[in-house]
Structures are given as structure tokens and as C-alpha cells.
Ligand binder design. Structure first.
Ligand SMILES: [Zn+2]
Length: 419
């Protein structure tokens, strides 16, 4: 039933979106997603839906509070969040929160837009989940949030639940006042999004992001496999988790491939001491022990390190070594033209990793592309790679492959300057 609603809604979303809006490229995955609601609308709607939902559990005395298990869940989750902000530093400003919901027969967990999380006690009562397995499930959920899957599902839900006129109004006005006027619609869309199944594509993304967050935070990535195995063996329990998290093709095989990739990160995290990380889950981020980093400072520091998510890092590794080759010609010119302004914004924001990954992915050969790779390498402290790309930018320019021209602009960049 849910699936058919989702499919019907998807069709409507695609049709409507084609008229109303374009696609947004996801900053975590590079995948193009239909986004009818803005990030702020998704976050505000989720916060509102979450407080209604958690308030309901609190009234029914179904929230587990201040137990050793709650403290452990918070500690595990906080370590995962500290890795998440490495790849999405903007998420350091989210009001992250996790609640343990006392429903011993329910196996479910979620993370809404903006970092509002819940895990049901069925994970321990039915699956006897280890800390590593809790990290696997929470990492997976955080992966959904980082990759904006709530936003994607809210778009679907809203298209199904509201008329085209309201939808058009929502889409055309993405300001925060539009949230206040349509608070109820956004809140119910966020609440609905939690119950809608993710696409298999989204599942693959959440698996990839989650397993890497867990490994980096020092949790055994193999737990992702044992967790799915335990769930597959369960009958009798309410496995709501499986209804909203369908299994992508060859999940076990893919997870095993990912484990091999992220295992060195796990080994490194294990051998390090306890990490010095801010408390991302406290309600008062300004109250912190003297001498410790603020959330924003911590995120700025770790996000400046030249690392990329493992599953998108093949391109990035080549970039880091100064070996990235941009060889695409006219067939990539259109994409290049559309992406240039985004690149400029990323350059302004000093989002070097993302800038590098995007330029390499487009692969358009000209002086601006190489220049931006050089700038990204310089920003990340990769001096040799930066020198190589500045040189290639000059060569491309000398060879006539330049952003300067009658129908073409360099978007304000002065190639060859600022070396
Ligand atoms: Zn999932």
C-alpha cells in the first residue's frame, strides 16, 4: 500500500517538478535529486514533527531516560556525528538529538532532516544489538539525513498529500515565511517521510555513508552485515525498519566490499586515543568545558583535512596526487556551463573537497577547470598537486582551451593570478 502510494506520488512529483523546478545535485553523493522543499523547510518541518512524536511517547511514558543504555546511545551517536560534520560541516549547526523509545517489540530507528533521531528498544530486546551494531544502524540513519533523503521523501509526500496549487506556492516561495504560513503541511510531510520507504538507491547511499562514519568513529564496520543478518532471521518482531529500509541489490556483497575499503579507517580509529570531540547532542552548545572546541570550530578543522568519503574517493585520490586529467570536450560543455556558478560558490565557501570532486566529475578540459583544481589543492595544503594543476591551467589557456571568450566567461576568476 505504502509502496503504491509512493510510486504514484513519484510519478506526480516527476511531472510536477518538470514544470516547476529543476533537480538539485546532492553534495554528499553527487546524485541528482528532486527537491521540492528547501533544506530549511525540511529541517523545520522535521523538528516540528519530531517534537510532536517525541512528546507523544513522553506522555505515554515510553521514553527511556537517563539509563546507562541511553548514555551509551548518546556517546555512540555523538561519535558518529563528529565524523558526519567532517563531510557536511554545515550539519554542525543542526540541533542533533537522539531518543530511546521503549517499544521492546519494535525494531526501528530513524534520523530526520536536521539530525532528529530515535531508536526503539526492540534493537536490544529482539536483536540483542551490540554497540557496533547500534553504531551501524545509527550511522546508516545519519547517512540518510546527510544525503537529504528526508527532503526527497518529503517532496514525494507533499506532492501526494497536497494539491498542485499549494505545491506550486510552496515551491515558488522557499523563504522561511513560507514555512510559517504552511507549517502544518511541512510538519505532516516530515512525519509522513519517516514512514515512507526509502528507494533502493537511497539505501545504497545510506549504507555507504553509514559504514564509513561507523568505521571512522571506531566501530567495527562488520557489524553492518551482522545487523542485517539478524534482522533477516527475525520473525514475530515488528520489523518496521525493514519496511522503510528495503534491501538494495546484493546488499551483503556490497557491504563486504565497503568493509574492505573502510577497515583501515576503523583500525586507525581504534589505535588512536579517545577522540576529543564536542558534545553535539547537548541542548546548550554554548555550555562546554573551557578550552574545548566549539562545534563550528571543530567542524571547520576536520572538514579542512584532505579526505573524502571512501565511496567517492577514487576521483578524489587521483586529484590529491596531482594526477586528475580533464579530457572531456564539447560533450561536457553544457554541464560545465550549468555547474560553473556552483563552483564559484564552493570556491567562495572554501569547500575545497567538494569543489575538487565536482570539477573532476564533470571533467571538462579548460583553464578554469584546472585552475579550480589548483585552488582546491592549495586550499587543502596539497602543494605539489596545486603546482601541477596551475601548470595545466596555463597550458590549457595557451592551447586555446579557455574560459575567456565571446560566449564564455571565467565567472570573475583570473586564471594565472593568485598562484
Ligand atoms: Zn535506510
Amino acid at each position: 500500500m505504502k509502496r503504491s502510494l509512493l510510486n504514484a506520488a513519484r510519478g506526480l512529483v516527476i511531472a510536477t517538478a518538470a514544470v516547476l523546478t529543476g533537480c538539485a545535485t546532492n553534495t554528499m553523493t553527487g546524485r541528482s535529486q528532486l527537491m521540492l522543499v528547501s533544506e530549511q523547510q525540511a529541517i523545520k518541518g522535521s523538528v516540528s514533527a519530531y517534537s510532536g512524536m517525541i512528546g507523544g511517547f513522553a506522555r505515554k511514558k515510553k521514553l527511556e531516560l537517563a539509563t546507562a543504555r541511553v548514555r551509551r546511545v548518546k556517546e555512540i551517536t555523538n561519535r558518529l556525528v563528529a565524523e558526519a560534520v567532517r563531510f557536511r560541516p554545515d550539519a554542525a549547526s543542526w540541533s542533533w538529538e537522539v531518543q530511546v523509545i521503549e517499544e521492546p517489540k519494535t525494531v526501528n530507528a530513524f534520523c530526520m532532516a536536521g539530525g532528529k533521531m530515535g531508536i526503539y528498544t526492540g534493537f536490544w530486546e529482539k536483536l540483542d544489538a551490540s554497540d557496533d551494531e547500534v553504531a551501524a544502524v545509527m550511522g546508516h540513519e545519519i547517512g540518510h539525513a546527510l544525503a537529504s533523503h528526508t527532503r526527497e521523501k518529503m517532496s514525494v509526500g507533499m506532492a501526494a498529500g497536497v494539491g498542485a496549487t499549494l505545491l506550486a506556492a510552496l515551491v515558488s516561495s522557499r523563504s522561511s515565511s513560507s514555512f510559517d504560513t504552511n507549517r502544518a503541511a511541512f510538519t505532516s510531510a516530515a512525519a509522513l517521510a519517516v514512514t515512507l520507504p526509502n528507494s533502493r538507491e537511497a539505501e545504497t547511499e545510506a549504507d555507504q555513508i553509514g559504514i564509513e562514519l561507523a568505521a571512522r568513529a571506531g566501530f567495527d564496520p562488520r557489524a553492518a552485515v551482522t545487523l542485517w543478518e539478524k534482522m533477516a532471521k527475525q520473525s514475530g518482531a515488528r520489523l518496521e525498519f525493514l519496511s522503510t529500509h528495503p534491501s538494495p541489490e546484493n546488499r551483503a556483497q556490497r557491504l563486504n566490499e565497503l568493509i574492505a575499503k573502510v577497515d583501515p579507517l576503523y583500525e586507525r580509529a581504534k589505535s588512536g586515543g579517545p577522540p576529543d570531540i564536542p558534545d553535539f547532542l547537548s541542548a546548550n552548545p554554548s555550555e562546554r568545558p573551557a578550552g574545548t572546541l566549539s562545534r563550528a570550530d571543530y567542524a571547520a578543522r576536520v572538514s579542512a583535512e584532505p579526505q573524502a568519503m571512501t565511496f567517492i574517493s577514487e576521483d578524489f585520490d587521483r586529484f590529491k596526487s596531482g594526477q586528475a586529467v580533464l579530457a572531456c570536450g564539447a560533450e561536457c560543455a553544457l554541464v560545465y556551463t550549468f555547474q560553473k556558478s556552483t563552483w564559484k560558490t564552493l570556491h567562495e565557501k572554501q569547500a575545497w573537497r567538494e569543489l575538487a570532486i565536482r570539477v573532476v566529475k564533470v571533467g571538462y578540459e579548460n583553464d578554469l577547470s584546472y585552475y579550480l583544481l589548483a585552488e582546491a589543492a592549495k586550499g587543502l595544503g596539497l602543494q605539489d598537486a596545486a603546482a601541477a594543476y596551475y601548470k595545466r591551467a596555463a597550458e590549457a589557456q595557451a592551447g586555446g582551451k579557455t574560459c575567456g571568450g565571446a560566449f564564455n566567461t571565467c565567472d570573475g576568476f583570473v586564471i594565472g593570478d593568485a598562484r
